[in-house]
Design a protein around this ligand. Structure first.
Ligand code: MG
Length: 258
């Protein structure tokens, strides 16, 4: 069952989303050479708690921290620690919070300092994949129209889409129905209706789609060691089209240099 949110519930999620956006902005600023990934985690947890919210990832299925930090060939679910961020890294940040019972989930890949042109292109195309996916989140479309838009854009640039991890419905829980793969046939899947709320999260590899999980039990890496990038927003399907709940403007702001 895909739950449809009321207008009130969507406003509650948008409150959570705006708070999350502000935390992600601060983390993006803090993502500098020499910073330990655990410092980003502490910063996020402090900001989230100070605003009266709860870091949603902390303890989720045993995850030990408030944010995921995944660097270069690490795709998603990296555990913060003593590792220092370096000039030229691409750093994927992923975090969720719960405010007054409602979830928001968001993330981005941050190019740190001067990155290679190949890394910059991957980050830009992945962000464009998210924008194109969001564009499809409108009534009358089908769920996999979102998936197909992401996949088409990634593959046309010679990249591949991770298959084992997918986006998801979101609301009073982080993971609600439906699952939202980043690949699929346009015109298929459940019909999109006003009130659906989705975490859309393209995970795009420079090389092949295969990934493995490190012995820490969490960190997902590309099998061929190629770079991976990821962007995510929490989005509501509304009568007027997609509304990005993790953005104070309601729409997506492109950040990667074009
Ligand atoms: Mg998510």
């Amino acid at each position: 069952m895909i739950s449809l949110k009321t207008d009130h519930e969507i406003e509650m999620m948008a409150r959570a989303g705006r708070l999350l956006e502000s935390v992600v902005e601060e983390l993006r600023e803090a993502c500098r050479p020499g910073v330990r990934t655990i410092e980003l985690d502490r910063l996020a947890e402090r900001r989230i708690r100070a605003a009266g919210a709860r870091p949603g990832f902390l303890g989720y299925q045993g995850f030990p921290n408030s944010i995921c930090v995944s660097i270069n060939d690490e795709a998603v679910h990296g555990i913060p620690g003593r590792r220092r961020i370096q000039e030229g890294d691409i750093v994927s940040l992923d975090l969720g919070l719960v405010l007054d019972g409602f979830w928001a989930d968001m993330g981005c890949t941050v190019p740190v300092g001067a990155v290679s042109p190949e890394a910059e292109r991957l980050v830009r195309v992945t962000e464009e994949c998210l924008a194109l996916g969001i564009e499809q989140a409108r009534p009358g479309n089908r769920l996999y129209d979102i998936s197909a838009a992401v996949q088409r854009h990634a593959e046309r640039h010679g990249y591949s889409v991770i298959r084992q991890f997918v986006g998801h419905g979101i609301g009073r829980h982080m993971h609600e129905e439906p699952q939202l793969p980043n690949f699929g046939q346009p015109g298929t899947g459940p019909e999109l209706k006003p009130g659906m709320t989705l975490a859309i999260e393209p995970m795009i590899n420079q090389g092949g789609p295969e990934v493995y999980v490190k012995p820490d039990g969490w960190t997902v890496c590309t099998s061929d060691g190629s770079l991976s990038a990821y962007f995510e927003h929490t989005v509501a399907v509304t009568r007027h089209g997609p509304r990005v709940l993790t953005s104070s403007t309601g729409s997506m702001r492109m950040r990667a240099a074009v």
